[in-house]
Design a binder for this molecule. Structure first.
Ligand code: HEC
Length: 126
């Protein structure tokens, strides 16, 4: 009798633990942002870098990887394997901005869409 209660208790605790672990690991599957308007190709220098300058380079100033300062960011993102060209869903630079990601506080829907579309279009140094 006593032993059964103990086993039940352990089972319940394991259940809570496993449930909690799953909850923690879940990254919300945000639906992909809309594509940019035709002709409005997402340029790294005109769209992505200004976002880094405003929202990221204060911290990512060479002391924390990736280095997101102008002139350094493109090389640093690829050196650190944080961008997979054509595949935003598997690029840390994009996934870290989504809910559940470590940098979620520093982007917004507009900025995140710029990053998404830039990667989707081949992550060119344009
Ligand atoms: C307040 C400081 C701060 C700001 C602002 C900031 N970051 Fe970070 N970022 C960090 C620190 C510290 C780390 C390393 C530790 C960590 O992963 O939390 C990091 C890590 C990262 C990583 C690597 C994540 C990983 O899982 O390896 C990426 C990519 C990144 N930041 C991108 C960005 C982008 C893009 C922005 C702007 C939208 C941004 N960060 C804004 C402090 C910051």
């Amino acid at each position: 009798m006593h032993k059964n209660k103990l086993i039940n208790l352990i089972a319940i605790l394991m259940g809570i633990f496993l449930f909690g672990a799953c909850e923690y690991a879940t990254i919300q599957p945000d639906s992909p942002p809309p594509p940019p308007p035709p002709g409005d190709s997402t340029s790294f220098s005109l769209k992505v870098q200004p976002f880094f300058n405003t929202s990221c380079a204060g911290c990512h100033n060479g002391s924390v990887a990736p280095d997101l300062r102008s002139g350094k960011s493109y090389q640093s993102l690829f050196d650190n394997n944080m961008v997979v060209a054509l595949s935003p869903e598997t690029s840390i630079l994009y996934t870290c901005l989504l809910s559940g990601g470590s940098m979620v506080n520093y982007g917004n829907a507009t900025d995140n869409a710029i990053v998404y579309n830039w990667i989707k279009e081949g992550a060119k140094n344009n």
